[in-house]
Design a protein around this ligand. Structure first.
Ligand code: AMP
Ligand code: ZN
Length: 115
């Protein structure tokens, strides 16, 4: 756990969040500034700065994380209508919180642009 990381604090129950799923490795909670009708963040409970670090140090967790993204989409009824899963990495990627997280966005038609 990284002491000054808000997502570590959420994963460890030290900061409140609207949590929709948790297991020993993964936590999912609603984004505080939703960019779509459904906007959920899926994070590893363990701190990784980004996809780069998780890939290097513990790549096997990424399959689990993606499966939970799909499960969260299904649980929120957006699997058939469609959704987007994305992770921002670093400065050019627009990452604003330095703890690996995947966005699950859906519930309405999303903009076609990807940057
Ligand atoms: P990114 O810009 O990809 O790093 O995404 C960070 C996301 O975290 C943004 O969509 C923020 O709205 C969201 N966020 C920041 N702080 C919180 C929080 N305390 N609870 C829920 N979502 C948060
Ligand atoms: Zn963290």
């Amino acid at each position: 756990m990284s002491d000054d990381c808000i997502f570590c604090k959420i994963a460890h129950g030290e900061l409140p969040a609207d949590t929709v799923y948790q297991d020993e490795n993964i936590t999912a909670f609603r984004d505080i500034e939703p960019q779509a009708k459904t906007h959920i963040l899926v994070i590893t409970n363990k701190h990784f700065d980004s996809l780069n670090d998780a890939c290097r140090d513990e790549p096997e967790i990424l399959g689990h994380l993606l499966r939970i993204c799909a499960m969260v989409a299904r649980d929120h009824g957006i699997d058939d209508s469609g959704y987007r899963v994305l992770t921002n990495v670093g400065n050019d990627g627009g990452q604003s919180v330095g703890h690996l997280h995947f966005h699950v966005l859906g519930g309405n038609k999303l903009s076609p642009g990807l940057g």
